[in-house]
Design a protein around this ligand. Structure first.
Ligand code: UD1
Length: 362
């Protein structure tokens, strides 16, 4: 019987996944410990989002910070070993595919502590992405695999995972989105950005790009900024900038030109814009899912996705690194040629409840 659950979060996309699970387990009276690895430490990438999601203060902060992949992974591994030996949970929950997820899983597996992975089974097949390595390591070592979509079950089964350990629960990030969507009715942010006035929202493009494949190489970063700036001749282009992207733009001496480059937004601020955007251009994983749920057209600047259901059922289009296609797709969407999507099964706001119910049976 599980009496004590320890959750590990590290980077921004983990927080919205953990929040509903922690709340669902709290309603069932389980003892819980929250560990923040400190992979993300900026106030706007971490602290403010914790408050908006009503996450409890972390019981432990490992303070690992930035570094190479090996350094970051190693610091989490060492920190988690000590933490797990002290706290002795019956089960550790990890979320998504960031470095903290894989490193914490390895630490627990060595100590024979069972691990449950929330958002298991996703595969892009692209091992040049660090997240794909993190997914493979985490799923191989986890005891329980909670999948957000049925393709996750198929991927795990084809890798030889025992079907009994795979549970299709739905998408926990959509639990959070559904809960907090009513708080994004306020229009002060869109007004201050000039994308809304008395007569409603003006069409605008919302952009997030931070993957190494888009922002680390000067040529590709410059091509993207030039294309976005061209689009900004016709419609406002709003770009909340991840610190790693800002650092690359600065280091390469590139300019934002007509693009409205903002500091990273909080969860609620970003959702406020996302639901109103005419089109979203991104390389994020989670935003492909959120736009599908919201019915907002999404152009993903990647060659592949670990979230194929957003393409087969949702509003997502994979356009690789083709900036000419990006411009023509934006023009088409603005003239009304939009992909109509539907919401995938079990993206119903109750995924965390299903996880909590399963944990109580262990
Ligand atoms: C991480 C995840 C990625 C996720 C993203 C969301 C991995 C491998 N990647 O990428 O899957 O989409 O989070 O944001 O785990 N930095 C700051 N302040 C911070 C954190 C980072 O300035 O609070 C800067 C640092 O220069 C750092 C760089 O961003 O070196 C990269 O941070 P890191 O946590 O390594 O990866 P992300 O790019 O944020």
């Amino acid at each position: 019987m599980i009496m004590h659950v320890l959750h590990v979060v590290g980077a921004r996309p983990n927080f919205m996944k953990a929040a509903p699970v922690i709340a669902a387990l709290a309603r069932r009276g389980l003892r819980q410990t929250l560990v923040h690895t400190g992979q993300h430490y900026d106030v706007r990438l971490s602290d403010v989002i914790f408050k908006e999601l009503e996450l409890p203060e972390p019981d432990v902060n490992l303070g690992v910070g930035s570094g190479s992949h090996a350094e970051q992974t190693a610091h989490v591994l060492v920190g988690m070993e000590t933490c797990l030996l002290e706290r002795k949970p019956d089960l550790m929950l990890v979320y998504g595919d960031v470095n903290s997820t894989a490193a914490a899983t390895l630490a627990a597996a060595k100590l024979l502590i069972p691990v449950a992975h929330v958002e298991a089974g996703l595969r892009s097949g692209d091992r040049t992405m660090p997240e794909e390595i993190n997914r493979l390591v985490t799923d191989r070592l986890a005891t329980w695999l909670y999948t957000p979509s049925i393709d996750g079950n198929k991927n795990l089964e084809s890798e030889g995972t025992d079907a009994e350990s795979i549970k299709f629960v739905g998408n926990v990030m959509i639990d959070t989105l559904r809960k907090l969507l009513p708080l994004t009715d306020r229009d002060d942010l869109p007004r201050s950005l000039g994308v809304m006035n008395g007569s409603g929202t003006r069409p605008f493009v919302l952009v997030t790009l931070h993957r190494p494949s888009n922002v680390d190489d000067r040529e590709s970063l410059e091509r993207l900024l030039t294309a976005l700036s061209d689009i900004a001749c016709d419609v406002p282009v709003v770009f909340p900038v991840h610190p790693r992207t800002r650092a690359r733009v600065q280091a390469q001496g590139l300019s934002w030109s007509r693009i409205k480059a903002l500091e990273p937004l909080t969860y609620l601020e970003f959702l406020t814009l996302q639901r109103r955007a005419a089109v979203v251009i991104t390389d994020s994983g989670g935003i492909q899912e959120e736009t599908t749920f919201l019915g907002v057209p999404c152009l993903t600047m990647r060659e592949n996705t670990e979230r194929p259901v957003t393409v087969t059922m949702g509003t997502n289009r994979l356009i690789g690194h083709d900036t000419e296609r990006m411009k023509s797709e934006v023009r088409a969407i603005l003239s009304g040629d939009c992909k109509k999507g539907s919401v995938p099964p079990l993206w119903d706001g109750r995924a965390a409840e299903r996880i909590a119910d399963h944990i109580l049976t262990l």
